[in-house]
Design a protein around this ligand. Structure first.
Ligand SMILES: [Zn+2]
Ligand SMILES: [Zn+2]
Length: 342
């Protein structure tokens, strides 16, 4: 295919552009949403506020408080004195793999990941708000409790095996992250009363669309972080857009050039044809006998032999419009050739 590489590149570029644009719009909306969100203290005022809203629901609100489990807390596996309410354990394998280009590069893949949670609240004094569905938060800041890397000690056989398979073990990294008990976090989401006990308040992922955040950052730092991401995606959008335009331009130029070349070739062919016809017209014998005149136009001399029947009965001008059957014997025309009768 003529434009295969350009179309392929343009396709990849469009996908990158779409992803970046989507992310840019996401972060742009997130910045607007977080900028307009109001931070409220967890306390009796929150109850009163909720009563003022329709259906006792605040669509988007920020609260800040101390993390406390509703029941038993989770205990860290690596540091026994650390307790928390969300625990993420992951085991990642680090390898050096030979790429298709022939060089070796560092790669890592997750072998195992476990996530544990217990119900928890954000507390301020005697008042608290339960956090529902924390794992679906767009940003969930967890503390790294432990991060161990165990390098593998390869044997001689491992080296040889690695050379042939193209994969060499570097080691295993196991990480434990937790949302600690008693840490202070900002939660942004939808506030309503819990279904089980109407006196309890709960913060959950907003149904109306804006993102759900559980972060140790203040709102200003969160806005800055989101704004930075928005800017990065804007740069990527502009870059991929520019690449797309350049590729489109190159394709349009090539297409226009080939069209122009074809037009010139057609023009040349037509000019040659006309001049050839004129030349033939000039040399045609005007004083022809009836059996020498074309059976179609009755003007020009017979100039074309039709095969396989072998009839010489038409002129060159008429031959361009006759391609099916011989006008004399109706035999199907397979081939035409110039006939020189001397
Ligand atoms: Zn004719
Ligand atoms: Zn014939």
């Amino acid at each position: 295919m003529e434009y295969f590489s350009e179309i392929l590149l343009l396709g990849i570029d469009s996908i990158v552009f779409t992803i970046c644009l989507k992310q840019y719009v996401h972060y742009k909306n997130a910045v607007t949403a977080v900028k307009s969100v109001e931070l409220h203290d967890i306390g009796p005022d929150l109850e009163t506020l909720l009563n003022d809203y329709p259906k006792n629901k605040v669509n988007y609100i920020a609260i800040r408080g101390v993390v406390k489990p509703l029941g038993e807390s989770l205990q860290s596996i690596n540091k026994k004195d650390v307790t928390g309410v969300i625990q993420k354990l992951s085991v990642r394998e680090h390898v050096i793999a030979r790429t298709s280009a022939g060089y070796w590069s560092d790669q890592e893949r997750t072998i195992h990941q476990v996530c544990n949670t217990v119900p928890f609240v954000l507390k301020n004094g005697w008042h608290s708000v339960e956090i529902t569905d924390p794992l679906s938060a767009d940003i969930l800041d967890l503390d790294v409790i432990s991060d161990n890397f165990q390098p593998s000690v390869p044997t001689f056989i491992d080296h040889i095996w690695g050379f042939f398979t193209g994969v060499r073990q570097r080691g295993i990294q196991s990480t434990e992250k937790m949302l600690r008990e008693d840490s202070i976090i900002t939660a942004i989401g939808e506030l309503s009363r819990t279904k089980t006990k109407s006196s309890y308040l709960a913060l959950q992922p907003p149904l109306s669309g804006p993102p759900f955040y559980l972060t140790s950052m203040s709102i200003t730092s969160l806005i800055r972080k989101l704004d930075d991401r928005k800017k990065i995606y804007r740069v990527f959008c502009v870059l991929s857009g520019a690449i797309g335009l350049v590729l489109g331009g190159i394709m349009a130029r090539r297409y226009w050039k080939s069209k122009e070349e074809q037009r010139l070739a057609d023009q040349l062919r037509r000019t040659l044809e006309t001049s050839r016809q004129e030349r033939r017209q000039r040399v045609r014998d005007r004083d022809l006998r009836d059996d020498q005149i074309c059976v179609v136009c009755k003007t020009n001399a017979r100039e074309i032999i039709l095969l396989p029947c072998g009839h010489v009965c038409i002129c060159e001008d008429c031959s361009s419009s006759i391609s099916d059957n011989c006008p004399i014997c109706r035999t199907q025309i397979i081939q035409k050739a110039a006939a020189y009768i001397v």
